[in-house]
Design a protein around this ligand. Sequence first.
Ligand code: GLP
Length: 266
Amino acid sequence: MKVVIRENSAEGSLWAARYIAARIREKAAKTDKPFVIGLCTGSTPIETYAELIRMVKAGELSFKNVISFNMDEYVGLPESHPESYHSFMHRYLFDHIDEKPENIHILNGNAADPVAECEAYEKAIVEAGGFDLFLGGVGEDGHIAFNEPFSSLESRTRVVTLTQDTREVNARFFDGDFNQVPAQAMTVGVATVLSAREVVILAFGSKKARALKDAIEGPMSHYCTLSGLQGHPAGTIVCDENSISEVKVSSYRYFKAVEAAEGSIV
Ligand code: GLP
C-alpha cells in the first residue's frame, strides 16, 4: 500500500485528478479498449471531480472511451431525489464531462429484484473488462463503499443494512434528520473494489484519522473494511495532514520517504 500525503484536501484532490487523468491517457495511448473506472460519492471526491471537469472542458482529457460503475446507492430513494447517488453523480460529474450516457452505471436502488440487480452489476463489470482503477472514499469507521464493519472482505455486490453511525453522519444531507436517511443500500463488495487492477482511496480531514490509522496500521479485518486494501498489490491512499495524523511518526516518515525516493507519475 502506498500513502500519498498532501498538505490539505485541495492538494490531495489535485493529485488524485491528475493521477486518474494520467492513467486514462496512458491506456488510450496503448489500446482502443475502454478505461473502466469505479467511482464514489460523498463530499470527499467533489474537488477531484471538479478538477477532472476542468480538464475535460480545457480539452486536456476525454471520458469518451471511459466506462464507469458507481460503488453504491441508497435502497428505496427515488433516483430523482437530490441526495440519491444518481443525482449526486450527475450534479458533480456526469453533467459536465463527455462520458457517453450508456457507459454510466449506477446500481438501481429501486430494482424490483434487488438480488438480480446486484448479480447483473457484477456481471456487467466483468463484461466491461474489470476495473482499471477504483476511486473510493472512506467512512469515519473505515467503511469502503457501504461495506460497514463486519462486511466480509470477500463480499460482492449486495443489499446491506446501514449502521446507525453512518445514517447519523449522512443525516447532514437529509435536513439533519436521521429518519430520512434510508436504512439500506446497495453496494459493491469489498472484493469487488479489490478486484480492480488499481485502487485509489481519498481521505481528508481529522474525522478520517481513526479510519486511516486502523486501515493502515491495524490488522486486515472486517471491522475496518478499508483494511482489505492491505492485501491489494496496487492500493494507494491519498490523504492530508489531518487525516494521517493518528498514524505513528515512523509510518508517516516512511510514506514520505517512499514518495521522495520513487517519485510520482503526476
Ligand atoms: C458514504 C459513502 C462512501 C463514502 C462515505 C464518506 O458512506 N457510501 O462511499 O466514502 O460516505 O463520505 P464523505 O466523503 O462525505 O466523508
